[in-house]
Design a protein around this ligand. Structure first.
Ligand code: HEM
Ligand code: NAG
Ligand code: NAG
Length: 328
């Protein structure tokens, strides 16, 4: 009788442990992102976002590039939490005036339009961080790139960090080692850095971002450098905001020409040409230049991984009503 009682009490203890373990596992799983996160709460999310992105790109093709870059600059700074969207106020300094963003990142009005349309369809449901993730996917796909299922369930930060934006987003003056370390710092490999840099197959850069390269570097095609100098004066302060396409061949089409340019020493940014300059990533560049399909497949996988960087989930953070400011 006594030993029977001991047996059943240890059985109860065991069962309790199993229940506890299952609870922990389920909690951890629910704190992860999923592709069907809003399928019940906001069934029209995808067509709603896509339609606004589509009109914005129809109006200005470059906008697709600008929207894709917003997601990168959000995710690299304390995770994909919509922090880049917060406006500065008299008592709050956000990320918009950080060095990599000031006079450079754009598309905030389009994000506002998308968020308004989404709020109309399902008020208070979809986070701004998730709006950025879907918007980035649609931008790539509308400009002729691959399509993928976006993982969702991120929540919005109530804070932002200008210091982290300054230090976490690599500048175009970076050498290969610095580029690799800044991607390693958020859990992305050198190869993922190379494939995500293929985003520079679309969009524009300012003269100030590539001036030292076109005037002073030797690993650059001479006639390409001359063409760029024609619209980017050597003197600092003169023509700083003049634009040039990151991919000289097809700046509004998402293809693998970026890598072909690098092999021809026609990378626009110093950081671009670092990926093909006799170092460890030359082989990745050659592979993506030779295969549009391996570029597309690896790009999709790396975008999904970038979207997984430290999201706020569950009851952390909030679902902002207006992407520019925290809820009251
Ligand atoms: C590897 C390190 C990277 C560096 C150093 C870098 C740097 C830059 C710079 C300097 C510009 C031009 C900004 C200006 O002159 O105003 C730019 C533009 C752009 N970047 Fe990157 N970038 C990197 C990686 C990425 C990644 C991973 C993505 C996306 C996943 C991305 C997407 C873009 C896009 C689409 C543009 C054009 C934006 C527009 O036209 O508005 N970049 N980048
Ligand atoms: C970030 O960089 C900007 C521009 O260089 C600078 O004005 C600002 O003070 C920096 N902020 C922090 C917190 O380091
Ligand atoms: C090129 O290098 C020289 C010598 O270091 C420097 O004085 C000049 O400012 C550089 N020019 C540009 C456009 O970076």
């Amino acid at each position: 009788m006594g030993s029977n009682l001991r047996l059943s009490s240890s059985l109860i203890t065991f069962t309790l442990w199993v229940i506890l373990l299952i609870t922990i596992t389920t909690t951890t799983t629910s704190a992860q992102l999923s592709t069907n996160f809003y399928s019940k709460s906001c069934p029209d999310l995808f067509p709603t976002v896509k339609s606004v992105v589509h009109s914005a790109i129809a109006k200005e093709a470059r906008m697709g590039a600008s929207l894709l870059r917003l997601f990168f600059h959000d995710c690299f700074v304390n995770g994909c939490d919509g922090s880049i969207l917060l406006d500065d106020t008299s008592s709050f300094t956000g990320e918009k005036r950080a060095a990599p963003n000031a006079n450079s990142v754009r598309g905030f009005d389009v994000i506002d339009q998308i968020k308004s349309a989404v709020e109309k369809a399902c008020p208070g449901v979809v986070s701004c961080a998730d709006v950025l993730a879907v918007t980035a996917r649609d931008s790539v796909s509308i400009l002729g790139g691959p399509y993928w299922n976006v993982k969702l369930g991120r929540r919005d930060a109530r804070t932002a960090s200008q210091a982290a934006a300054n230090s976490s987003i690599p500048p175009p003056t970076s050498n290969l080692n610095a580029l690799i370390s800044s991607f390693n710092a958020v859990g992305l490999s050198a190869k993922e850095m190379v494939v995500l840099s293929g985003s520079h197959t679309i969009g524009q850069a300012r003269c100030t971002s590539f001036r030292p390269r076109i005037y002073n570097e030797t690993n650059i095609d001479a006639s390409f450098a001359q063409t760029r100098k024609n619209n980017c004066p050597s003197r600092t302060g003169s023509g700083d905001n003049n634009l040039a396409p990151l991919d000289l061949q097809s700046p509004t089409f998402f293809d693998n020409n970026y890598y072909k340019n690098l092999i021809a020493n026609k990378g626009l940014l110093h950081s671009d040409q670092q990926l093909f300059n006799g170092g460890s990533t030359d082989s990745n560049v050659k592979a993506y230049a030779n295969s549009q399909s391996s570029f597309a497949a690896d790009f999709v996988a790396a975008m999904i991984k970038m979207g997984d960087i430290r999201p706020l989930t569950g009851s952390n953070g909030e679902t902002r009503k207006n992407c520019r400011r925290v809820n009251n």
